[in-house]
Design a protein around this ligand. Structure first.
Ligand SMILES: [Zn+2]
Ligand SMILES: [Zn+2]
Ligand SMILES: [Zn+2]
Length: 222
């Protein structure tokens, strides 16, 4: 019959190796996630690292038992671990249910607007009423795009398809996009530099889209 203490010893090495693997995998996930702007990967990375910390608590407990022979400590460690697991689960569920935007989401949103500015078509007169809903690691973005009032449905649809394809190409399934179109109004001419035969007002100033101004629920006016 093997000594219980000897078995504990072997278990310690196994758990230790698992913890190390988890930590390394977590760090790799976090790095790749940041590099590729993948929230899902970053979340998995953080999760793996938290698992490592929990495992370290178990190892510390087992070492104490090994040296002190206080076998009742086993139950205390199990209790502490349960509380830790429940607390972590609660935090993960809460942040995804509440749709709390974290730093990575804000970076993603800034990049989203930057890409639209850079690839802006002359028919994309104004972007406004932008709303973001977070589902787990997915961002659902809703926005209004002002296009010339005389475009037909086919032409307006083409503008939205071009915009959506751009976002799809950059973010893949990270962003789910819904674009509503508005027709331009006479005041839109001031921020529109399209060579347009229906012009009602002179062009004054191109409006660079920013995180703050696209959230506004009104069409932009000068
Ligand atoms: Zn609108
Ligand atoms: Zn369609
Ligand atoms: Zn016009």
């Amino acid at each position: 019959r093997k000594e219980p203490v000897h078995q504990l010893d072997t278990g310690l090495w196994l758990i230790g190796a698992t913890a190390l693997l988890n930590f390394v995998a977590g760090t790799i996930c976090l790095r790749l996630g940041k590099k590729n702007n993948s929230l899902a990967l970053q979340a998995s990375g953080k999760h793996l690292q938290i698992d490592t910390y929990s495992t370290l608590v178990i190892i510390a407990g087992l070492i104490i038992i090994l040296f002190t022979k206080l076998y009742w400590l086993d139950k205390l460690i199990a209790l502490v671990m349960s509380i830790l697991i429940i607390y972590n689960g609660y935090k993960i569920i809460r942040s995804s249910l509440a749709g709390i935007m974290d730093e990575a989401d804000m970076e993603l949103l800034k990049k989203f607007i930057e890409i639209l500015n850079k690839n802006r078509s002359e028919n994309w007169i104004d972007l406004h009423n932008l709303r973001v809903i977070k589902y787990g690691s997915l961002l659902h973005i809703d926005c209004h795009l002002t296009v010339p009032w005389y475009l037909n449905i086919h032409e307006a649809h083409h503008e939205i398809d071009r915009l959506s394809a751009l976002i799809k190409q950059e973010f893949g399934d990270m962003i789910e996009l819904f674009v509503h179109t508005d027709g331009c109004l006479p005041f839109s001419c001031r921020i529109c530099n399209k060579n347009c035969e229906h012009r009602k007002n002179g062009f004054e100033q191109k409006l660079e889209w920013t995180l703050t101004n696209v959230i506004s629920d009104k069409k932009h006016q000068l």
